[in-house]
Design a protein around this ligand. Structure first.
Ligand code: ADP
Ligand code: GN1
Ligand code: MG
Length: 370
């Protein structure tokens, strides 16, 4: 975490002036970037709030390309929202330029920072209890998909190549098992076995993408419900945030990750696996919200791929957590030594849940086919 003095210096690069009335370090609960919230009062006492974020360079090797994607996508969304009578200042992120006109600042340690307006009177959810909230989140991500359908995916940089390529994620896991650099294999035999038994299924999406059966679109690729801001007044999903992973991808990724996180009855790092279930009402709610916004623009093959998206995104992220556990927790932020293993376990429990409910989930998807 940066110090308050560093934060003030970095904020100055984004031309933020005035008295700092709040510096909240360690804001937000993401696993990758470091987020701070700032509040500044001008001479007249008028307060403004900002988010200042350090981009994790282990995950994002080229932060300039990340910001190029993010700025282009938010500009596009801003135009679209304005044209349809919506409020771009609240419904998409507004990034601040530095004095040099760049949307990032490099600090003395070579770290990249960006700054954007904090959207006021919003809340985020870590766990969904009410299907209406997940339906709203589904709408927000489905709308995101629809608003970007005319954005040329080829213009986006592939900031994390093969991000959701399950086959390559399995290969990385196999390497980690083989190398066993910190002797953790013996502590997770059951999880290794669970993942290994399912490797033949790993190609379902990526093979169809490579064969041209599933088209690449502009996708968000990190559609956790905590990446949606909800409006305090209306309880509607207002704004999709955390745009770092916006890249060309499959619609099944966004659908799938939304289900993985949102339709679970427990947190991603719940210890008690009895509490981790896939809630079919939540699944349906997300699917209804998502397809209500973008169902008409996707193909039959894409519709068929969505349930596989839920299955494989959950499996793939479980594989990534397990891999990170085996290599010594170098990627995801962890709070204790087995944190990644605990996360892998919840994901694998959800994978088993999806397998158990497969026919019911197929029926839900069938009922939503246009
Ligand atoms: P991370 O990479 O840590 O997931 P996010 O961009 O998702 O970072 O931000 C973390 C949290 O900060 C969000 O879940 C949300 O609660 C809050 N947040 C981020 N951006 C804004 C914003 N512009 N307005 C209000 N809250 C925000
Ligand atoms: C990371 O940064 P955050 O917490 O929104 C990760 C996602 C995972 C997610 C699991 C760049 O997202 O891919 O699905 O954790 N982001 C990156 O919760 O790897
Ligand atoms: Mg986030």
């Amino acid at each position: 975490m940066p110090t308050e003095a560093q934060v003030r210096e970095i904020a100055a690069a984004f031309q933020i002036k005035g008295n700092f009335t709040e510096i909240a370090l360690g804001f937000g609960g993401g696993h990758i970037n470091s987020t701070c919230r700032l509040e500044v009062a001008d001479v007249a006492g008028k307060k403004s709030k900002y988010i200042l974020q350090r981009i994790n360079r282990n995950a994002f090797k080229d932060p300039v390309k990340v910001m190029d994607n993010v700025v282009h996508v938010t500009e596009h969304l801003r135009r679209k929202f304005a044209a349809t009578g919506r409020d771009p200042a609240r419904e998409t992120l507004t990034f601040l330029p530095t004095a040099d006109g760049l949307y990032y600042h490099i600090d003395t340690e070579g770290e990249y920072w960006r700054c954007y307006d904090y959207v006021d009177d919003v809340y985020t959810l870590q766990l969904v209890e009410n299907p209406e909230d997940l339906r709203e989140a589904g709408r927000a991500f489905g709308r995101f998909q629809r608003m970007l359908t005319d954005f040329p995916a080829k213009e986006l940089h592939d900031t994390i190549p093969n991000f959701h390529n399950t086959k390559l994620r399995i290969k990385a896991l196999e390497r980690a098992i083989y190398e066993d650099v910190i002797d953790r294999n013996m502590t997770c035999q059951a999880e290794i076995e669970f993942a290994s038994e399912r490797t033949p299924k790993g190609g379902w999406l990526v093979d169809r993408m490579e064969a041209g059966i599933l088209p690449q679109r502009v996708t968000h690729n990190d559609t956790k419900i905590n990446n949606v801001l909800f409006d305090c007044a209306t309880h509607e999903a207002l704004c999709v945030i955390d745009l770092d992973t916006v890249m060309p991808g499959l619609v099944a990724y966004d659908f799938g990750d939304g289900i993985r996180f949102g339709a679970s009855t427990a947190l991603e790092d719940e210890h008690d696996l009895d509490k981790v279930r896939l809630d079919l009402d939540l699944y349906r709610a997300f699917a209804e919200g998502f397809l209500g916004e973008c169902g008409e623009l996707i193909t039959e093959a894409e519709h068929e791929s969505l349930l596989y998206g839920a299955y494989l995104m959950t499996y793939t992220i479980g594989v990534r957590f397990l891999t990170d556990y085996l290599v010594g927790d170098v990627y995801f932020r962890t709070a204790y030594p087995k944190h990644n293993l605990v996360r892998a376990r919840t994901q694998f429990k959800l994978v088993a849940e999806i397998e158990r409910h497969w026919n019911e989930l197929e029926a839900i998807m069938e009922s939503l086919r246009k």
